[in-house]
Design a protein around this ligand. Structure first.
Ligand code: FMN
Length: 544
């Protein structure tokens, strides 16, 4: 068996055929496989490729295609509707079950059976109260538009107990919570999920959240990112530099006098910064990933710089892959400039996929679902995302020509990129209809071929690594993806047939590298590692 694969580069040599199965199924393209007899075994690896020759069996030669293996996540929220205001009224939609733990467990099992990488939970800390405001939730509440909303973190251990490989991304804000408390919560869930939790870092954008956390208004945009940057320093220190890797000494069966952990291997971090003073130590012992897998979404200059430094995966929303590419290139380039491997940042595009047997059927399905959309709820979402209240404009106002520059530019962007809207007037009704399903992410609607071709185009043109799939109807939208789209992506060699590391951590499965439980070595957080045998973490000496 002769294998060239990027996915097996971390281990020097493999001679045990069964171990190769997941990698083989990950990367092989049937067109490139031919049988040959092998006589002896050799193996070597470089940073990019591993070559393995196995003996003495009759085996095959396969030159792996360099096709990217897509990361496929489900994008969800603990609310009656996420990017589909009003759809809980649809007879097939289970959005209103969001407070039932069995609903989430069932979804996690279904998505794991289909080999989704993870479920990502968006979250907000206030209501969308700008539209018809100020501070008015009347249009939001009937639409169930991201309100009411439960905290997603509590459901993760229950889903983790019912599954073994799927990951869980959880959104949490650096603006309204202390790093000491957040680090503890994520360590707890990392332990309970066996290393399958990710943190979607947000700086938050709702004034309603600011008011409820005791502020008159939001902290200024770039200042939020400066706070977040120091926040991350604190959490890295708690996760990586407070407990040495070998701090816990207790093993079952040891003597009565054996302590649980070595006090010399648990230290205070004594963080004293501009925004935070945290002595430590961290309350939790080291969890499988230590630092949870880090995700981030933000496309401003400050947001991209933050992503380039901290993120292991970035979410982006755009209408076309051509438009996402500059952000992707800029984040990867900035990452390289600070010494990171640009490919250590996975770029994941938000998308709503409505797939059916034919284009006509898919479009009919989309149109039928849209009739359940709540337009007032959609305009409330717009108000929260942008801070602009469209109720102050006349119903026939065409927002392509409105005097407000931010709204004008956003609407013109949609007008020039959303398929099927050429020459159309963009009034409130058009905006509401457009945002009703899938928010302002791309909507890819069509037959299996149409959708798979378009996803491939996103990869080749946009250089994205995968997709965060939202739903119009839960779980119907995912059922169609599972039944129709994923088999086609597998057939095209674009999607794995099993987890790269079954029972592994989220980081192992996103990077496709067994043993990659911790932050990559070139990640800025890795400088805080406190390894076995080190008296203190090296950064404390270097910074003296
Ligand atoms: C795909 C995507 C998902 C997001 N999910 C959330 C979320 O769940 N909660 C939140 O508060 N902000 C969320 N955001 C907002 C971002 O975290 C960020 O606040 C916003 O993009 C503005 O940042 P920027 O000015 O750097 O672009 C999301 C943004 C994108 C693009």
């Amino acid at each position: 068996m002769f294998i060239i694969s990027r996915y097996i580069s971390s281990e020097r040599c493999r001679v045990v055929a069964p171990l190769l199965t997941p990698y083989f199924s990950n990367c092989t393209s049937k067109a490139h496989v031919a049988s040959i007899p092998c006589l002896f075994a050799v193996c070597f690896s470089s940073s990019l490729f591993s070559v393995v020759l196995l003996l003495p069996v009759q085996t095959k030669v396969s030159i792996m295609s360099e096709k990217k293996q897509l990361i496929i996540n489900a994008f969800a929220m603990h609310s009656p509707s996420h990017l589909n205001p009003g759809l809980f009224r649809h007879p097939a939609d289970q959005g209103a079950d969001y407070k039932n733990i069995k609903h989430w467990i069932g979804l996690a099992k279904k998505l794991e059976d289909a080999k989704f990488h993870a479920i990502f939970f968006a979250d907000v800390l206030g209501g969308y109260d700008v539209y018809k405001g100020p501070a008015n939730l009347d249009p939001t509440i009937p639409a169930g538009a991201q309100f009411p909303i439960n905290d997603p973190l509590y459901s993760i251990p229950a889903m983790a107990a019912a599954t073994e490989s799927i990951g869980f991304g959880v959104t949490a804000s650096t603006t309204y919570d202390s790093p000491y408390a957040l680090a503890r919560r994520f360590s707890t869930v990392d332990h309970l999920s066996n290393g399958r939790v990710g943190w979607n870092i947000v700086t938050s954008y709702l004034d309603s959240a600011a008011r409820n956390f005791g502020l008159d208004t939001q902290v200024e945009h770039d200042e939020r990112y400066r706070i977040a940057d120091e926040y991350l320093d604190v959490t890295y220190k708690l996760w990586e530099a407070s407990w040495r890797d070998d701090a816990v000494t207790w093993r079952p069966g040891q003597s009565k006098t054996q302590g649980y952990a070595d006090p010399k291997a648990v230290r205070q971090i004594n963080h004293q910064g501009k925004y935070f003073q945290v002595p430590g130590p961290h309350l939790c012992e080291p969890s499988p990933q230590r630092t949870p897998f880090i995700l981030q979404a933000g496309t401003s200059t400050a947001g991209k710089a933050f992503a380039a430094k901290h993120a292991e995966a970035v979410f982006l929303h755009a209408q076309k892959p051509e438009l996402v590419r500059p952000s992707v290139d800029s984040i990867r380039q900035q990452a390289a400039e600070i010494g990171r491997n640009p490919q250590d940042i996975k770029v994941i595009a938000g998308a709503l996929v409505i797939v059916s047997e034919t284009d006509e059927e898919a479009n009919a399905k989309f149109d039928e679902l849209k009739t359940y959309g709540d337009r007032e709820g959609a305009l409330a979402l717009f108000g929260g995302w942008t801070g602009y209240d469209l109720s102050t404009y006349a119903d026939d106002q065409d927002f392509r020509f409105v005097e407000q520059p931010a709204v004008r530019s956003m609407v013109n962007h949609w007008a020039s990129t959303v398929p099927g809207t050429e020459g159309q007037k963009w009034d409130k009704r058009t905006i509401a209809e457009y945002l009703t399903l899938g928010g302002n992410g791309v909507k890819i609607i069509g037959s299996v071929k149409t959708v798979a071709d378009e996803l491939e185009r996103w990869v080749s043109v946009g250089d994205v690594d995968g997709f965060n799939l939202s739903y119009a109807s839960l779980p119907d939208t995912f059922d169609d993806v599972i039944r129709l789209l994923l088999p086609e992506l597998q057939r095209r060699g674009l999607f794995w047939s099993d987890y790269a590391v079954k029972g592994g951590t989220l980081r192992e499965n996103i990077y496709g590298q067994k043993g990659q439980n911790r932050l990559p070595e070139a990640h800025p957080g890795a400088k805080y590692f406190w390894r076995e045998g080190q008296e203190v973490p090296p950064y404390t000496v270097e910074s003296n």
